[in-house]
Write a protein that binds this ligand. Structure first.
Ligand SMILES: C[S@@+](CC[C@H](N)C(=O)[O-])C[C@H]1O[C@@H](n2cnc3c(N)ncnc32)[C@H](O)[C@@H]1O
Length: 219
């Protein structure tokens, strides 16, 4: 499936160029709403080494490039041409084997990627490996228990390889040496978000996608 996604996103970048449509977002508004909410939640970053893993055309991490050094890795080389033009230091590669030494980055972002990956655990482990102790790993993906996605699934052919429970990603973060996990829950197409250290609220069935962040343990 991986090679199919590589071809798919090369083709998207060929067709849509630097537009967020190349990264398969529903529209500009949903992309910018999600990006702004997640970056606000992450807090202000200055002078940091940041990895945008699966950066696509680089639109998500572009606002961070002014004050930080942002690396972008993706297996779609066509997408990387646009990410480079946005100021990311781009490196073609697969998230299963990142071309970096251990503990390199202050912040690692992986936005909208793991739903395209069947074997997510090795990818989370690889993202955690390159996060420095005390650094932040943030992963955003689709919520498996979303009522809206279940209803859509009745009418649409399956598009993604996987969707996720918040609990399973929290467990995977714990297994990879992260702690102090928090969630940002999003409710497409509505603009509001909610923050929580916990999962399992009844209202989670309305959560369409979520981000999880954790801090890599020191020592
Ligand atoms: C939905 S797009 C999201 C792009 C970007 N993170 C954003 O939010 O704008 C998913 C990206 O992940 C990349 N990707 C998927 N699986 C990958 C893998 N195993 N290794 C490297 N890149 C991958 C795709 O090429 C694509 O650019």
């Amino acid at each position: 499936m991986s090679n199919n996604w590589q071809r798919y996103f090369d083709q998207k970048a060929q067709t849509y160029g630097a537009s967020v449509k190349a990264s398969d977002y529903f529209d500009d508004a949903s992309f910018f709403m999600q990006r702004d909410n997640i970056l606000r939640w992450l807090g202000e970053l200055r002078g940091k080494e940041i990895l945008d893993a699966g950066c696509g055309v680089g639109a998500f991490s572009e606002p961070l490039t002014g004050q930080n050094t942002v690396y972008g890795v993706d297996f779609s080389e066509k997408s990387l041409e646009f990410a480079a033009a946005r100021g990311l230091k781009v490196i073609p590669g697969d998230l299963m084997t990142l071309p970096f030494t251990d503990n390199k980055f202050d912040v690692v972002l992986c936005i909208g990627v793991i739903q395209l990956i069947e074997q997510y655990k090795p990818v989370i482990a690889e993202l955690a490996r390159v996060t420095r102790p005390g650094g932040i790993l943030l992963v955003q993906t689709l919520h498996k228990r979303s009522l809206q996605r279940k209803v859509l699934g009745l009418f649409e052919p399956k598009k993604f390889d996987r969707m996720y429970d918040m609990d399973e990603l929290k467990q995977s973060f714990t297994d990879c040496g992260l702690e102090a996990m928090e969630f940002l829950k999003m409710y497409h197409p509505f603009k509001f978000v909610s923050q929580s250290g916990d999962v399992g609220a009844w209202s989670d069935i309305f959560c369409t996608s979520f981000a999880i962040k954790g801090r890599k343990k020191i020592g």
